[in-house]
Design a binder for this molecule. Structure first.
Ligand code: ADE
Length: 228
């Protein structure tokens, strides 16, 4: 997979790709991530990429022209499965979206900034808009990092233990059950006996029960969503 990220602050987003599981995916050659500084496509030599909004109102808006130039340059080099815009006024990212995107070859992600992008960018180039939650961040960069992490860890070979990503919270529409490791007794706080029993069908049943209980208690909305 190849991911191209367009941003006015590419430095802000690089670090999550330099560590741990995501970096392992890159080092193994399973994913390539390229960062593009929108200012390189500015409309003048002062690096202008934004302007006041028509009709008045606070906040600068990213202009169509620099974004058009950057996206067109990338599109002339390869075909993109999706051109994604990170914005709070969009559908909220969920596991299903991450699963679907993890199967794609080429993704482009545009990070919004300031007051957002000129609406014509969304109409002309964007194929998918994604929010990472119902709150406003100062830009789309952190959202793009979250999105990329959720996708890259699903690419076969990125996570060492293949079954691990499938047993994550949300993969079956439920929160994950509790997990324990050594010691089995920590200052009198014991690991549930069933996990030490060696009886794997019973352990699996216990995990499903726990996942259902947790979901009912913490995220009852997920249960309703799955019933639909
Ligand atoms: N940009 C600003 N807020 C955002 C959010 N919640 N999700 C994605 N991009 C954003």
């Amino acid at each position: 997979m190849r991911i191209d990220i367009i941003s006015v602050a590419p430095e802000l987003i690089k670090s999550p790709f330099e560590h741990s599981i995501i970096n392992r995916g890159i080092r193994k050659g399973l994913v390539e991530v390229h960062f593009h500084d929108l200012r390189k496509y500015a409309v003048n030599s002062y690096g202008k990429i934004d302007d006041y909004q028509f009709g008045g109102g606070a906040g600068m808006v990213l202009m169509v022209e620099p974004i058009d130039k950057c996206i067109s340059q990338l599109r002339s080099e390869r075909t993109y499965d999706e051109i994604i815009y990170m914005t709070p006024d969009a559908k909220v990212l969920d596991q299903q979206m991450a699963n679907t995107l993890s199967l794609k070859e080429n993704l482009m992600i545009l990070c919004g900034h300031y007051k957002g992008v000129d609406q014509r960018v969304r109409e002309l180039f964007i194929t998918k808009e994604i929010s990472i939650g119902d709150y406003v961040l100062s830009g789309g960069e952190l959202g793009a990092a979250v999105l990329c992490d959720s996708i890259i860890r699903l690419i076969p070979g990125v996570i060492g233990d293949e079954t691990s990503a499938l047993s994550d919270s949300f993969q079956d529409g439920l929160l994950a059950p509790p997990v324990y490791t050594r010691p089995s007794d920590y200052k009198g706080h014991k690991v549930p006996d069933v996990l030490l029993s060696g009886n794997f069908p019973i352990i699996e049943e216990w995990r499903i029960d726990q996942a259902q209980e947790r979901t009912k208690k913490i995220r009852p909305d997920l249960i309703k969503k799955n019933k639909k």
